[in-house]
Design a protein. Structure first.
Length: 408
């Protein structure tokens, strides 16, 4: 029993990078779209602050790049890592064939806020915060809408097409009964913040030592830290105690000594589970999944946001006109999956390779560690670093905006 029922052309469940980008592009093309986001705002610890050169290129194609770059951000032109005693270079973005030859580091809520504001310029964009998709409406074997829980009660959103953009723990894909292929991930991440001083290095960097690994994102007044542990290892970490954990953090970044005491409670350290999986089929009549809901990505390479955005662009390119004419077919939904499968598979394969060849070994090692051979090669040959930059910054089969803006 629901309290309210509305109709729209496309209902998107999930207001992360995939959902907000798709909502904006469809509204811009004149499609009626309702985006449901279960949280009341974007201001929470989203994973991933990386806005890739390919996404910046899309912003340029949309005529939004200059405005977007006024949002505070940092520009990363080269990726380096500290492995044991060695400082190694792994990617060089300065030769990319894009307008912006850097990764922009921006808190994800600013990115989502920016896109949501762009969407709100169009009358067909309906973003509902604090609305959680809890079930699908099914009629005659076809998905006909979403049932959502809001502060004002339950609401049915009936739509020609439902797009699941609700991330790695997708309710939509689960309720639709879509089969998942799990590729496994040997790591989880402990996510916490420590204050940042003006005298600290401005660099965002990764540090690998025997048995431990940490990435630190510069968010101006604080460091967002991602401490990598073996999958399911949280209980062992807690058993060793908070003091031991703080020492492990300091062993990698001694300059944090004067503020490590900020980590005085496990509540300040959040476990983010890492998964790498993909749906066997991304669609059913009336339903499509994209982004992490279709293929959960590991944080390795910081490319999941990029893939989610690219999925959204491809979906809008393929479906916008059909949605406007209310004639979305199974073939068109399959075309989205076909177009995006290759990039997703290539990147997941690379992530699994790094999990198995680099991360598992680092976490299992006890003595001194040296860079593994793939990293040594990257450090030695600048051309290889341009290749990693291309894969991270642009990826396979980059998408371009093919939809046009409808009259407002
Ligand atoms: C620890 C960690 C660190 C990462 N770091 C990076 C990085 O630095 N760079 C990078 O590119 N990628 C990173 N990734 C991967 C990246 O986070 C994902 O690939 C990317 O966010 C996928 O975008 P998405 O829009 O598909 O899903 P998400 O970003 O997961 O967004 C899903 C949205 O749906 C909402 N939602 C969920 N369920 C419902 C529901 N039932 N109803 C309504 N709304 C719902 C959520 O609140 C969320 O806003 C990281 C992943 C992990 C696990």
């Amino acid at each position: 029993m629901t309290d309210q029922s509305i109709e729209t052309t496309c209902c998107i469940a999930g207001g992360g990078p995939a959902g907000i980008m798709l909502g904006f592009l469809l509204a811009r093309a004149g499609v009626e779209v309702t985006v449901l986001e279960k949280h009341a705002d974007f201001f929470r610890d989203f994973r991933g602050d990386t806005i890739h050169p390919s996404t910046l290129e899309l912003m340029h194609e949309l005529g939004l790049l200059d405005e977007f770059l006024t949002v505070p951000h940092d520009e990363v032109r080269e990726l380096t890592a500290q492995i044991g005693d060695a400082r190694v270079k792994v990617a060089d973005f300065t030769h990319l064939p894009t307008r912006c030859k850097f990764i922009a580091l921006m808190p994800q809520w600013d990115f989502l806020d920016f896109l949501a504001k762009q969407g709100q310029r169009f009358p067909t964009f309906d973003l509902r915060m604090g609305a959680e998709a809890v079930d699908l409406i099914e009629e005659g074997g076809r998905i006909a809408g979403v049932r959502a829980k809001t502060a004002d009660g339950m609401i049915d959103i009936r739509a020609d097409l439902v797009v699941g953009c609700d991330g790695r723990h997708s309710t939509v894909r689960e309720r639709a009964g879509l089969a998942v292929e799990d590729l496994g991930a040997p790591i989880d991440v402990l996510w916490f913040r420590l204050s940042r001083r003006d005298s600290d290095t401005p660099e965002t960097f990764g540090h690998l030592e025997a048995g431990r690994m940490m990435i630190m994102l510069n968010r101006r007044d604080y460091w967002q830290c991602a401490y990598v542990i073996a999958k399911g290892g949280i209980e062992a970490v807690k058993r060793e105690g908070l003091a031991a954990f703080r020492q492990n953090v300091l062993a990698m970044s001694p300059f944090l000594d004067d503020r490590i005491s900020e980590l005085d409670d496990w509540d300040k350290i959040k476990l983010l589970t890492v998964a790498v999986d993909r749906l066997k089929t991304w669609h059913r009549p009336g339903l499509l999944c994209i982004g992490d809901a279709a293929h959960a990505m590991s944080p390795v390479g910081g490319v999941g946001v990029n893939l989610a955005v690219q999925d959204a662009v491809a979906t809008a390119n393929i479906l916008a006109q059909a949605l406007k004419e209310r004639r979305v077919t199974a073939e068109l939904l399959a075309a989205v999956e076909t177009r995006r499968s290759l990039p997703m598979r290539v990147i997941q394969r690379l992530q699994v390779f790094v999990h198995n060849r680099v991360l598992t070994r680092v976490l299992a090692s006890r003595g001194r560690i040296a860079p593994p051979w793939p990293v040594k090669l990257l450090n030695r040959f600048p051309l290889l670093r341009r290749l990693t930059a291309y894969i991270i910054g642009i990826g396979v089969r980059p998408e371009h905006i093919r939809t046009s803006a409808s009259a407002r």
